[in-house]
Design a protein around this ligand. Structure first.
Ligand SMILES: NC(=O)c1ccc[n+]([C@@H]2O[C@H](COP(=O)([O-])OP(=O)(O)OC[C@H]3O[C@@H](n4cnc5c(N)ncnc54)[C@H](OP(=O)(O)O)[C@@H]3O)[C@@H](O)[C@H]2O)c1
Length: 347
C-alpha cells in the first residue's frame, strides 16, 4: 500500500469533473447506493455519499441515471436534493433520474431487481457498483451471508444485466485500498457466526475492519474476472480516496467512538466528496477509457492507474470466488423458490 494512493491530501489529479466529463445525452447509468442524501446536520460536517455525488455529476452532463438502492424514502430525498442543486447551480431542469429498488443483502431481490430493470431500460451503458457498508457489527443476512459481503449482491445484480450491455459498455466496481489488508477469502467466516465472535467487534477495529477489507478484496477479484471473461466490456475497479461520507453511520455501540474519531480525522485530512467521486466518474465517463480499451485495471485517486495487491490479481482466487458466488446464488434462489412453493401449497 502506498501512502500516496490512499487518497488524502495532497494528491495528483488526472481528471477534472468540471472540464473532462463529455456530454452524456442518451447514455444510461446505473449507480448502486446513490441514496445517501445529506441531512442539514450532516451537511455542516460535509457528509454525503459518493454514489449521490456521482449521480449528480452524471445528471449535470445529461445522462439518464437509475439510482439503485434499498430505501425508496432515502432515494426520493436524494433525488429532490439532486434536482434542487442541479436547478440552482447549473440550470438543469427535469434531469432524468429514477429510483430503482435493489437490496444487496437479499439475493432473490437482486435477481428480481435486475429483471425489473431489464424491463425498464432497453440498454445500459454503465453500472457503477458503488454501494457498500463498513464497520458494522457482524450479522448474517437472510441468505446466511455476513453483512459486509455486498460483493454477492453486486455479483448477482451485475451478471444478470450483462445482456443489456452493448459492446464497450462499462462496469465500475468501487473497492477500497483496504482490500490490501485481506489476502484471501475466508469462506467459512462468510457464513459462520462462530468465526465472528462478538469480542472481535470491540472498538470496531479487528472484526468489522477485516470483514470490510475482505469484501473490498472480493470486489477487485470480481472486477478482474468479469473483465477477463467479457473482453467486449470495459470493467475496472477503484479506490475512491478517504472521505468523510458517513459510511459508518450505522456502526454499533462498540464502534461508534472509533468511527467518530475516524470521521473527524478524515474531515481534516480526507478528500472532498466531489474529489472522492472523481475516480469512479473518470472510469464511467472518460473518453480515454474507451479509446485505450482500458479494462481489468485498478485506479487510485484521482484517476491514476495503480496496481491492486498481488493477492487480488490472482486468477485462481478470482475463479474460486466466482464459482463460490454462482453456487451460493443458485442455492439461495432454489431455497427461496421452495419456500414460495410451500407457502402457495399451504394457501
Ligand atoms: N468513504 C470512504 O472513505 C471510502 C473509502 C474507500 C472506499 N469507499 C467505498 O465507496 C463506496 C461508497 O461509500 P460512501 O463512503 O459513499 O458511503 P455511503 O455514503 O454510506 O454510501 C453507501 C451507499 O450504499 C448503500 N447501501 C448500503 N447497504 C445497501 C444494501 N444492502 N443494498 C443497497 N444499497 C446499500 C447505502 O444506502 P442507505 O443509505 O440506504 O444505507 C448508501 O447509499 C463504498 O463501496 C465504500 O466501500 C469509501
Amino acid at each position: 500500500m502506498h501512502i500516496s494512493s490512499l487518497g488524502i491530501y495532497p494528491h495528483t489529479r488526472n481528471f477534472d469533473v468540471d472540464k473532462d466529463i463529455p456530454d452524456l445525452t442518451g447514455k444510461v447509468y446505473v449507480v448502486t447506493g446513490g441514496t445517501y442524501a445529506v441531512s442539514s446536520a450532516a451537511k455542516r460536517q460535509g457528509y454525503g455519499g459518493l454514489g449521490l455525488e456521482t449521480t449528480f455529476q452524471l445528471l449535470r452532463h445529461n445522462a439518464t441515471v437509475y439510482i439503485a438502492g434499498k430505501s425508496k424514502k432515502s432515494a426520493l430525498t436524494a433525488i429532490s436534493s439532486l434536482k434542487e442543486r442541479l436547478a440552482d447551480k447549473y440550470s438543469v431542469q427535469n434531469p432524468t433520474v429514477y429510483f430503482h429498488h435493489l437490496d444487496l443483502e437479499n439475493i432473490q431481490a437482486c435477481v428480481d431487481s435486475a429483471r425489473d430493470l431489464g424491463i425498464k431500460t432497453a440498454h445500459i451503458d454503465c453500472i457503477i457498483a458503488n454501494a457498500g457498508i463498513s464497520f458494522l457489527p457482524f450479522y448474517l443476512t437472510r441468505d446466511g451471508i455476513e453483512n459486509c459481503m455486498a460483493h454477492l449482491g453486486h455479483f448477482t445484480f451485475v451478471t444478470r444485466l450483462l445482456a443489456k450491455m452493448n459492446d464497450g459498455a462499462r462496469v465500475v466496481v468501487v473497492s477500497s485500498e483496504a482490500h490490501e489488508i485481506a489476502n484471501k477469502i475466508n469462506y467459512y467466516g462468510i457464513t459462520s457466526p462462530l468465526a465472528n465472535p462478538e469480542w472481535l467487534s470491540i472498538f470496531g477495529v479487528i472484526g468489522p475492519a477485516s470483514r470490510y477489507a475482505q469484501s473490498k478484496f472480493a470486489n477487485v477479484l470480481f472486477a478482474n474476472k468479469l473483465a477477463r471473461d467479457n473482453p467486449r466490456l470495459l470493467v475496472n475497479a477503484c479506490h475512491p480516496g478517504l472521505i468523510s461520507t458517513g459510511i459508518n453511520r450505522s456502526a454499533g455501540a462498540y464502534t461508534s467512538f472509533f468511527n467518530s474519531v475516524y470521521n473527524w480525522v478524515l474531515s481534516l485530512i480526507g478528500m472532498s466528496i466531489k474529489d472522492g467521486a472523481t475516480t469512479q466518474l473518470f472510469l464511467a465517463t472518460a473518453t480515454d477509457i474507451e479509446r485505450n480499451k482500458v479494462t481489468g485495471k485498478y485506479f487510485s485517486p484521482i484517476a491514476l492507474e495503480t496496481e491492486s495487491s498481488k493477492a487480488s490479481r490472482d486468477i485462481n482466487a478470482a475463479d474460486e470466488l466466482w464459482e463460490w458466488s454462482e453456487t451460493k446464488v443458485k442455492e439461495t434462489i432454489m431455497d427461496s423458490q421452495i419456500k414460495d412453493l410451500k407457502i402457495r401449497n399451504m394457501n
